[in-house]
Design a protein around this ligand. Structure first.
Ligand code: GDP
Length: 170
């Protein structure tokens, strides 16, 4: 019998970077251009990791990030955070750093951080080099991957990256 571990994962990042779309792709393997912000809220998916099962309880912001302050309960008890930027928007990479700061101030200690450079299907209009993201991720001890919720690129890998950072129970 494999032990099931519930892992709360909260999403962070500017409006429009694709947070809800990433959740929707991961949980439902579906992409919708007109996703409504509430659709992605509190979705779950269970994946095997070694001899455990990781049940991700995924919290989406439901648009609250617009006000630049998320309620403390949003972070509380999170095992991991996925911090998303849009590779075609340099601004969204700049504010990524603010989200990390916010997470360090309000999130649990030892939270696993995974950075997603989303919309990698649009690399012809890229503004953020992967190298910059890798350097930054390394400096804060986060994992980083470029994703496309639209074309289903590296979405599973993003969450596998989280699973690998969660120490096994025994
Ligand atoms: P959120 O505000 O961060 O939750 O972002 P959404 O998930 O609502 O996505 C914002 C917009 O970006 C929507 O129009 C999505 O269809 C689009 N989008 C999301 N992910 C991708 C992607 O991987 N590639 C492309 N080309 N568009 C995407």
């Amino acid at each position: 019998m494999m032990a099931i571990r519930e892992l709360k994962v909260c999403l962070l990042g500017d409006t429009g970077v694709g947070k809800s779309s990433i959740v929707c792709r991961f949980v439902q393997d579906h992409f919708d251009h007109n996703i409504s912000p509430t659709i992605g809220a509190s979705m779950t998916k269970t994946v095997p990791c070694g001899n455990e099962l990781h049940k991700f309880l995924i919290w989406d912001t439901a648009g609250q990030e617009r006000f630049h302050s998320l309620a403390p309960m949003y972070y509380r008890g999170s095992a991991a955070a996925v911090i998303v930027y849009d590779i075609t928007k340099q601004d969204s990479f700049h504010t990524l750093k603010k989200w990390v700061k916010e997470l360090k101030e309000h999130g649990p200690e030892n939270i696993v951080m995974a950075i997603a450079g989303n919309k990698c299907d649009l690399s012809d209009i890229r503004e953020v080099p992967l190298k910059d993201a890798k350097e930054y991720a390394e400096s804060i001890g986060a994992v980083v991957v470029e994703t496309s919720a639209k074309n289903a690129i590296n979405i599973e890998e993003l969450f596998q990256g989280i699973s690998r950072q969660i120490p096994p129970l025994d």
